[in-house]
Design a binder for this molecule. Structure first.
Ligand SMILES: *Cc1c(COP(=O)(O)O)cnc(C)c1O
Length: 400
């Protein structure tokens, strides 16, 4: 560890870490079983369209979540688009802005207006007390996001949805393998959507799934993701192509087979961060309810600038120079991304906690690619930066 700030990479020194430590570096799982599956797939010459791997992947997700239906898809965004459409959402839909932009895009893509709702600063999930105020005669639904794998207040959201006759969808891209009151995410609202993108907890290279307990919606979703085909020649519904291919399903199955290993690595990593950062002023980690199942895929550090001595952005610059690619999830928020920023230039007036969280939060590297020594190094670095915050601030002011 460097002992003088002049040695820091941001001032021209060499980076502390030779190998870059990334947020979202994929978990791979057992390579041999992946290769065996790919071989089998080629042998069968069945590469897509309800292949055996896709069916098995869907079945295993059903078993794990306990939900009645799982429909695998090519990615989480198309799954969201199809779910929104299958649930008959139109007009306006209430969503958080503090999320990955796809939560809003899946609506705007089909000319539905996303109405941005503020978050509870303690959990980064939708503040249910704000929702009622956003309901208009055009509102048809709510999309809750289990942000960073912390479940939304699902019961309260369901109450609001029931009171106003709204559909309730969950963007569960962060919450695969997570439980709420002992029930797996995948069983709440009208449907829930998972993402199996390379950077997610379980990955299928690219992929997603809609999980629901509603038979009718499941049937509609299956038609929609395959051009509306029923049988070989008959198209009975308007559809698109949302199918998951067999290579992706093979990776998904391989990834799922290692779920306990991924979970325990993430959990160990999270606890290592927790114990090393707890004494550093201005550093607060997002906690998980450990009486539930969690995937610990996101290590979320909140920087209180006054107590820490430097802003989140300054800390991030120093970390990046040292090859720690911490990420500002979700900066600047969906409302500050196009086209929403042009459409609703004053959206931030109702999004106080979103704006604040977007300026303070830093996502730290974890997953099977990150070891205990890496985490010790990162935390020692953050501690040193805090202890020399004034000097860094002064020097960075000069080089800025
Ligand atoms: C990753 C992500 C998505 C999109 O999933 P893809 O599979 O990448 O299309 C949607 N919402 C959230 C919150 C995400 O993190």
């Amino acid at each position: 560890m460097k002992q003088a700030i002049e040695e820091f990479a941001i001032f021209g020194g060499t980076p502390q870490f030779e190998q870059t430590l990334h947020v979202g570096r994929p978990n791979i799982g057992n390579r041999d079983s992946l290769m065996l599956r790919i071989d089998k797939m080629l042998e069968r010459r069945w590469l897509s369209n309800e292949g055996p791997f896709e069916k098995q992947f869907e079945h295993e997700i059903q078993e794990l979540t306990g939900a009645k239906h799982c429909i695998a898809m090519c990615n989480g965004t198309v799954a969201l688009e199809i779910a929104v459409r299958a649930l008959g959402m139109t007009g306006e839909v209430i969503v958080p802005s503090f999320t990955f932009v796809a939560t809003a895009h899946c609506l705007q893509w089909q000319e539905i207006t996303p109405v941005f709702c503020d978050i509870d600063p303690a959990t980064y999930s939708m503040d249910t007390t704000c929702i009622e105020r956003l309901v208009t005669p055009r509102t048809t639904g709510i999309i809750g996001v289990h942000c960073f794998g912390v479940p939304c207040q699902v019961d309260k959201l369901q109450d609001v949805a029931n009171a106003h006759g709204l559909r309730l969808l969950f963007d569960a891209a962060h919450a695969f393998g997570v439980t709420h009151n002992g029930t797996h995410i995948g069983n709440f609202g009208d449907a829930e959507v998972f993402s199996f993108h390379a950077t997610k907890f379980i990955n299928s290279f690219e992929g997603g799934a809609i999980v629901t307990n509603n038979d009718e919606e499941a049937k509609k979703i299956r038609l929609m993701k395959n051009f509306g085909f029923e049988g070989l020649d008959s198209v009975i519904y308007l559809g698109t192509n949302g199918k998951m291919n067999e290579a992706c399903a093979a990776m998904g199955l391989t990834s799922l087979a290692s779920i306990e290993e991924f979970k325990s690595r993430n959990k160990t990593n999270f606890h290592a961060y927790q114990s090393a950062l707890k004494e550093i002023p201005g550093c607060t980690l997002l906690n998980f309810d450990e009486s539930e199942e969690n995937n610990f895929q996101y290590v979320i550090l909140d920087i209180n600038e006054n107590a820490f001595g430097l802003s989140r952005n300054a800390l991030m610059k120093i970390l990046h120079a040292e090859n720690v690619r911490a990420r500002r999830y979700f900066y600047p928020g969906a409302h500050q991304s196009e086209p929403y920023r042009s459409y609703y230039p004053n959206a931030e007036l109702l999004l106080e906690n979103t704006v604040s969280a977007a300026s303070k939060v830093l996502c730290l590297p974890t997953g099977t690619a990150i070891g205990q020594e890496d985490i010790e190094g990162i935390c020692t670095l953050i501690d040193f930066i805090h202890n020399h915050a004034r000097d860094f601030g002064a020097e960075m002011g000069q080089i800025a």
